[in-house]
Design a protein around this ligand. Structure first.
Ligand SMILES: O=C(O)CCC(=O)C(=O)O
Ligand SMILES: [Fe+2]
Length: 420
């Protein structure tokens, strides 16, 4: 692709538009840095650092590198991204989930070893919201700053191929006992970000196979079309219409709350693996062993209002409790959090597919909200494997409490204090 050809022009225009929407006023600073790099006045490393500090996602960076007009500078930057990108990332604890079936395997080849030049690293690997915050240790930071613009981070290849209008159910796992084939691939690298004491993000902790497994099981168990009802969605075909209608039980969101026993054991295992990783990174996180599981499935642009997960009155009083573990699969979302309803400021973290968020200890009672499910952020590997939307799987340990189904869709737990 040469400079001046229509495709180059179109992509450059789109990229500039995207950068402007991501960076706002800072676009001109970034442009100046880009010119400096192209004139040899700054190194590829410095240039990438600046881009990361401005919260530009890796896929956007790569597109930017590919569109550079000077071949030499283009290869310099691309080479640096492929060979040295890890070095330019802020140093963080890098954790890898153990293989889920207990069998040790060698890691997959990294991008540069496999020889392929990926345009778009999968969403879970991308740093989005962390860069500006790295300058200080997490516990000294206030809410993250550039969140509003991060919402705009575009993906560059999200056209077409969506699952809309399917006339059949999405594929389901044939065996709820989690056949090991689902987990043949090693887990992806998870980068751990301690957002504040007790609030931990495992970036990209769930590999694609695990994400597909989770979504298939969620849709298998959450299907309310059958007689038993009670699922988070239904796929009716009223009067045998050609087009089935996919309905979520809460409008733009589907919700299901059930005991952990209603799900394959593998769900609990994955949750506990993530908890271990989180606890290794932040001692504020408390032990938990999930007793209940909650599925939320959001359509594009859907939201979830500000609330606390405060089912246990005693917990609310003491402001502590068992850690909550929360998975994201599918579309990305901006997740808002603050310490009290009254607080005017809040932090925002972007949750991409494969990310796991844990909140416990001093953050157990955070007031939180799904501010927006961001369209066009579906990882390509999930297209055709799940409906366009965001699946959230939340694990909670409510001890001896049991879910009060009469309160649905609220998550209420009754604690039978009577003995004998
Ligand atoms: O979807 C999410 O990430 C959060 C869901 C949630 O906060 C809840 O169900 O209580
Ligand atoms: Fe919640």
């Amino acid at each position: 692709m040469e400079q001046g050809d229509p495709d180059h022009k179109r992509r450059t225009k789109t990229l500039i538009g995207n950068l402007k929407s991501i960076l706002g006023e800072k676009y001109s600073d970034f442009k100046a840095e880009s010119i400096r790099f192209q004139h040899g006045e700054t190194s590829a490393n410095e240039y990438l650092k600046t881009a990361r500090t401005l919260l530009i996602a890796d896929d956007v960076l790569r597109e930017m590198a590919l569109l550079l007009p000077h071949t030499e500078k283009r290869s310099e930057l691309l080479k640096f991204m492929d060979l040295g990108i890890e070095a330019s990332k802020p140093s963080q604890q890098i954790l890898r989930c153990p293989p889920s079936d207990g069998v040790k395997r060698s890691d997959t080849k990294s991008t540069h070893q496999s020889g392929s030049l990926r345009y778009r690293p999968s969403a879970g690997e991308e740093p989005t919201l962390h860069c500006s915050a790295q300058q200080k240790p997490a516990h000294q930071r206030g809410p993250l700053r550039y969140e509003a613009s991060a919402e705009e981070v575009p993906t560059l290849d999200c056209s077409a191929q969506q699952v809309r209008g399917r006339s059949t159910h999405l594929p389901t796992a044939s065996n709820s006992a989690a056949p090991s084939a689902h987990f043949a691939a090693p887990r992806k690298k998870a980068r751990v970000q301690v957002l504040q004491p007790g609030l931990v993000l495992l970036k990209g902790a769930l590999d694609i196979a695990t994400q597909i497994y989770l979504v298939q099981e969620a849709f298998r168990l959450g299907d309310g079309s059958n007689e038993s009802g009670g699922g988070f969605y239904s796929e009716e075909n009223p009067e045998e219409r050609a087009t089935p209608c996919f309905k979520l039980n809460m409008g733009s969101r589907g919700r299901l709350i059930d005991t952990i026993q209603s799900f394959p054991d593998r769900f609990r295992e994955i949750c506990l693996e993530c908890l271990q990783q989180g606890m290794a990174a932040d001692e504020n996180l408390t032990e938990m062993d999930p007793t209940t599981l909650l599925l939320n499935f959001y359509k594009e642009n859907a939201e979830f209002k500000w609330h606390k997960d405060s089912e246990d009155p005693e917990l609310v009083r003491q402001r502590l409790g068992k850690t909550i573990v929360s998975f994201t699969v599918g579309l990305s979302a901006n997740f808002g959090y603050k310490m009290s309803f009254e607080s005017e400021e809040h932090g925002t973290v972007r949750l991409d597919s494969g990310d796991v968020l844990l909140f416990g200890g001093p953050s157990r009672m955070i007031v939180h909200s799904v501010l927006r499910v961001i369209p066009k952020t579906m990882p390509p590997q999930l297209r055709g494997k799940m409906r366009t939307g965001r699946l959230n799987v939340t694990f909670r340990d409510v001890g001896c409490g049991s879910i009060d189904v009469t309160q649905f869709p609220r998550y209420r737990v009754s604690y039978d204090t009577e003995t004998g």
